[in-house]
Ligand binder design. Structure first.
Ligand code: SF4
Ligand code: SF4
Ligand code: SF4
Length: 412
């Protein structure tokens, strides 16, 4: 008897056994199940080892070496490629033998793909006004050390796990982490030692330690809107015809930062540019350098105190408007520094510096040497490592300075 299948029952190619039950009921040309499920040995034999694929792969993966190992019967190296391969297909295009390299990688990683299970919080859309009222003050004064948006595509330098590691690192420190588009989905792939995804570990509120899935890629705009809402609802900066003032408020007072760790599309670049226009700094992954745009800030700065009308010395907070981090370690440390703002209260500054110092110690193994730029008064020095920090301040000839009451770069 012929067996009929509903679409939902059709196994994915990686789950095919092959039992061939589908063959008799197939109204189209029957799928060659042996071809689908058997390893494409012939392709392995055709590889000449010219390494052209290695030279063109944007992720610099050792493809020819993995194929050579697979020829010897060891498919582990191909499985390892799957972790960091973005599926761009550039290697196939450049291969003189037209070897289906992606098929080889997928076959090598079949077991891994079979076990992959996602768990994602549904996309929630915009941040509500009531949530902004609750956390506006702790964000602007620095008690919540920062608001991070993980935006953009999956062109990660070393696999999707990294984007979840970034989220986890900052969530456990009390930052608010928002995600949208492919980054939000990639976070759902990662599980901790207890088998939990970050969506199970952290609440979905716009509050300290909350992980929000904003929705699809276009929902990144909700993150930028949350900063605009803070300036409007919390600080009462009028919305209408006020782009410049709101951007100035966000730049100087709201510790928000966008990370496009796997950016590759024009849309991702548009998100970064949109954030910049509203005074929100962006850190891209190594592939972001291909956009050929960096807005680098100067170390020594003078800004305006809107309340007194004076010009005052300021920290480089944020240090840059668009910056490309070369490694995950650099990203972690730079994000903490990028959430520092001239408006931080002494307590807020101490919290932000504690995170910056902790992350610098964790990822670089030493204290940052630019603390003299960020510490304004003695009461902002974190208790941990206080003695070593005082030595750095002395070496750098540090002098206390007053924080501006209403920092701005547009008011004279
Ligand atoms: S480019 Fe093609 S033939 Fe050359 S090493 Fe890569 S897979 Fe083999
Ligand atoms: S498809 Fe994967 S292996 Fe091939 S070039 Fe792109 S990233 Fe490299
Ligand atoms: S631009 Fe495309 S690839 Fe990038 S995050 Fe959006 S949907 Fe994903």
């Amino acid at each position: 008897m012929q067996k009929s299948f509903r679409t939902s029952e059709i196994p994915s190619l990686t789950e095919c056994s092959p039992c061939t039950d589908c063959r008799p009921g197939c109204n189209e040309t029957p799928l060659n199940t042996e071809k689908v499920t058997s390893f494409p040995e012939k392709s392995l034999e055709d590889c000449t080892g010219c390494a052209q694929c290695d030279r063109t792969c944007p992720a610099m993966l050792p493809i020819s070496e993995a194929i050579s190992e697979a020829r010897e019967g060891n498919h582990e190296a191909l499985e390892e490629l799957y972790r960091a391969c973005t599926g761009c297909g550039v290697c196939i295009e450049s291969c003189p033998e037209k070897i289906p390299i992606l098929n080889l990688i997928m076959h090598g990683a079949r077991e891994r793909i079979r076990k992959e299970r996602y768990l994602i919080r549904s996309g929630r859309g915009p941040i509500q006004d009531i949530e902004i009222r609750r956390v506006g003050a702790p964000i602007v004064f620095g008690d919540i050390p920062g608001v991070i948006l993980l935006a953009a595509c999956s062109n990660y330098p070393d696999g999707e796990e990294d984007v979840a590691k970034i989220a986890d690192e900052f969530l456990k420190r009390g930052y608010i982490v928002m995600a949208a588009g492919c980054a939000a989905m990639d976070i759902a792939l990662y599980r901790d030692e207890e088998g939990k995804t970050l969506y199970e570990k952290y609440p979905g509120d716009f509050d300290r330690g909350g992980l929000l899935n904003l929705g699809p890629c276009v929902a990144n705009s909700h993150a930028i809107a949350s900063a605009i809402k803070i300036s409007n609802i919390f600080a009462r900066v009028p919305l209408e015809r006020n782009f410049k003032e709101i951007s100035d408020y966000i730049l100087n007072r709201i510790g928000v930062c966008v990370i496009t760790w796997g950016a590759m599309s024009q849309k991702a670049f548009a998100i970064a540019t949109g954030a910049n226009r509203w005074g929100i700094p962006v850190i891209t992954g190594p592939h972001g350098s291909k956009y050929r745009r960096l807005y680098l800030g100067e170390e020594e700065r003078v800004i305006n105190d809107r309340r007194t009308g004076e010009r005052v010395e300021s920290e480089p907070g944020p240090p840059h408007l668009i910056y490309t981090a070369e490694s995950l370690n650099e990203c972690m440390v730079t994000v903490a520094k990028t959430c520092i703002r001239p408006n931080d209260t002494p307590r807020g500054r101490m919290i932000k510096l504690s995170n910056y110092i902790d992350l610098h110690m964790k990822y670089y193994g030493c204290l940052p040497q630019d603390l003299h730029l960020y510490i304004r008064e003695d009461n902002e020095i974190p208790f941990k490592h206080r003695d070593e920090i005082l030595k750095i301040l002395k070496k750098m000839n540090w002098k206390p300075r007053k924080a501006p009451a209403e920092p701005s770069i547009i008011y004279q």
